[in-house]
Design a protein around this ligand. Structure first.
Ligand code: 2BA
Ligand code: 2BA
Length: 107
């Protein structure tokens, strides 16, 4: 059993969740935010059998798209002098972690 933690763009979340549900997977969506953009993203928790991990990752990849976007970092970040103007960042795509699960219980 594995736990897949996938951080994706909010806009891509409905598509990814539909794709997973249609294939019979269960997922839990958490509302999160990244440290750099400080805007909302979504973190999906997906518990599944070892042999299904690749299919889950495929579905996540299919429904999350990587694209470029100009962003101005938040004032607090600018005040620290790291960045003072709009920068191009890649948004979309997915950051995926796969972890071993010791126990999976439904009580
Ligand atoms: P449960 O299986 O008791 O799941 C309750 C909630 O626990 C789920 O809410 C989900 O947030 C989380 N969860 C369960 N299994 C998970 C897993 N393997 N990985 C990550 N999170 C998990 P919902 O997704 O709203 O599902 C509510 C109920 O609908 C589920 O109750 C299940 O009876 C059914 N269900 C969920 N996905 C389904 C699917 N793809 N096809 C058919 N029925 C589904
Ligand atoms: P954010 O932290 O808001 O980062 C959004 C995008 O900004 C990143 O996309 C990356 O292209 C850029 N970026 C992030 N930190 C940067 C920095 N210090 N300098 C320059 N550019 C930077 P992704 O790498 O695709 O990450 C998307 C989101 O996934 C991140 O949102 C964060 O919430 C999460 N994430 C990415 N890598 C992570 C990691 N190693 N651990 C935990 N969460 C991670």
């Amino acid at each position: 059993m594995k736990l897949i933690v996938a951080i994706i763009n909010n806009d891509d979340c409905p598509g990814v969740l539909n794709g997973l549900t249609q294939k019979g997977y269960s997922a839990t969506r958490l509302s999160t935010s990244g440290s750099f953009l400080k805007s909302g993203n979504s973190t999906l928790l997906i518990g599944t059998e070892d042999e299904k991990v690749d299919e889950v990752i495929e579905i996540i990849g299919e429904f999350s798209r990587k694209r470029k976007q100009m962003v101005t970092p938040s004032p607090s970040f600018m005040a620290e002098g790291f960045v003072s103007r709009a920068v191009e960042v890649t948004v979309g795509g997915a950051t995926v972690f796969v972890m071993d699960v010791d126990k999976f219980l439904k009580l």
